[in-house]
Design a protein around this ligand. Structure first.
Ligand code: PFF
Length: 458
């Protein structure tokens, strides 16, 4: 079904044939599915808890608007115009062999690295669907030890990672329409329905609902730190799947008659609203049991199960199904970036590319699944999962984002950019100047922070 395209030097014509999404709704669900993932349900609530709530949320919203949205528009533009995978896209919009293709390579490499460890965490979520079926019981310490036993056991983590990668490979193998689009039409409505149900439960059936709303939406700026601002900035990238060509790849399957700006706004809005709803659900529970919101990464797998022992499986099972659905709609986009490269540039057929690359990524992921495997990194012994997470969040995505931003702000022809944007008015000018000045500075700050070169942040 996929029609391979041949990259042509310096060809900026939008006419190359390629498979497209069956409908614009299907595209929105796929792109929102990529954006909505562990980042929304697991990471956003826990970093919001750590960095003090409302003020952090406000800064985060600013980052989505000033950094995330312009970059999302830029990536979709590059993809739709070029109708190519990220490596081919940068060449097609510049010239064959252009050094900007490095940005595409970095994207494909990020897909490899991120999917390898993301699938391990997603596997834990899937495992917890089954663990919570029988309910959590016993003392808090025992319930918490249950998670450590899973994450600390190489065979068990590897087993669930295997299942999750198999699901991801199975979907991507079906192709853009019959695999990805078909599945996000099931996963995303399912996710929204579960989240809606859990939100009603959190707001109206626990005692913590109003406190959760206050925590998330009443900013207390005394709690805001430089570290918090930088985390908000870095998270805006990760949560919107930016800086690694995922939106370029999905954009390359867009029709010419789609509206990039409108769609980018819809996707960013969906991603943000879903993160906030997840925050409401989780903090309602946390506050209703008088707990502190700032426990860190263990919030979902350590703290919540203790509370689920009180609520019963009818809250915990939907919650972990939600987490699994969110993760799966993201892992398929990570794999699609890698697969699209091998299909477009190397002429592989989709099934072979998906199976072979899925298998290679799977094997890399086994390193993250073996928690006892530790190597020296930044002055201490650390597991692969943490190291790969650190490298991708702090270096690969921001550097990919910076290059994408510079490319679309300064290299692409203005006429091409304007055509893709769909207008030349004030909104377009605001977009271009944000992309030229604000976005790159913000991204540079994340990179410098990752290199420990910002003196005012520890
Ligand atoms: N946006 C996803 C999340 O928030 O969990 C993570 C992600 C998916 C990042 C796909 C990058 C990507 F290409």
């Amino acid at each position: 079904m996929t029609q391979p395209t041949t990259p042509q030097a310096n060809d900026q014509s939008p006419t190359t044939p390629r498979i497209h999404w069956a409908s614009s709704g299907g595209f929105i669900l796929a792109a929102a599915g990529s954006a909505v993932g562990l980042g929304n349900i697991w990471k956003f609530p826990y970093i919001t808890g750590v960095y003090g709530g409302g003020a952090f949320v406000l800064v985060y919203l600013g980052c989505v608007l000033a950094v995330g949205l312009p970059l999302m528009i830029a990536e979709l533009m590059i993809g739709r115009r070029a109708q190519e995978n990220p490596v081919g896209a940068f060449q097609k919009l510049h010239y064959r062999g252009s050094p900007w293709q490095i940005t595409g390579w970095l994207g494909v490499a990020s897909g490899f690295v991120i999917l390898s460890f993301y699938s391990v965490i997603a596997g834990w979520a899937l495992a917890y669907v089954f663990e919570s079926l029988s309910g959590f019981s016993g003392a808090a310490a025992d319930i918490q030890a249950q998670f450590d036993a899973l994450a600390g056991s190489a065979p068990r983590s590897a087993f669930w990672h295997t299942v999750f990668m198999a699901l991801t490979i199975g979907i991507v193998m079906g192709g853009v329409r019959d695999g990805i689009e078909r599945w996000v039409k099931i996963l995303m409505p399912g996710l929204l329905a579960i989240l809606g149900g859990l939100m009603i439960y959190g707001l109206f059936f626990t005692d913590g609902g109003s406190q959760a709303i206050g925590f998330l939406f009443q900013p207390d700026f005394s709690k805001l730190s430089a570290e918090g601002i930088l985390s908000a900035l870095g998270h805006a990238f990760f949560t919107l799947s930016l800086g690694m060509g995922a939106m370029i790849t999905y954009g390359s399957y867009m029709n010419r008659d789609s509206h990039i700006v409108r769609d980018a706004i819809t996707i960013s809005l969906l991603d943000t609203v879903i993160a906030l709803l997840a925050g409401i659900v989780i903090f309602s529970l946390v506050f209703s049991y008088g707990l502190e919101p700032n426990v860190g990464p263990g919030l979902i797998f350590h703290t919540l199960p203790v509370l689920f022992a009180e609520t019963g499986p009818w809250v915990s099972v939907p919650f972990f199904v939600l987490l699994t659905f969110a993760a799966l709609s993201s892992t398929i986009s990570l794999l699609e970036v890698v697969v699209s490269y091998f299909v477009d540039e190397r002429g592989w057929n989709r099934k072979a590319a998906t199976l072979v690359m899925g298998a290679v990524i799977y094997v890399l992921g086994l390193l993250s699944a073996i928690a006892v495997l530790k190597v020296p990194f930044r002055g201490s012994e650390q597991g692969f999962l943490d190291i790969l997470d650190y490298i991708s969040t702090n270096y690969m995505l921001p550097i990919g984002g910076l290059l994408t931003c510079l490319f679309s702000a300064w290299i692409i022809k203005d006429q091409v950019r304007r055509e893709e944007f769909g207008s030349a008015g004030l909104a377009y000018k605001a977009f271009v100047w944000t992309l030229r000045l604000i976005t790159p500075v913000a991204v540079l700050i994340i990179i410098l922070h990752g290199l420990n070169l910002l003196p005012f942040v520890e």
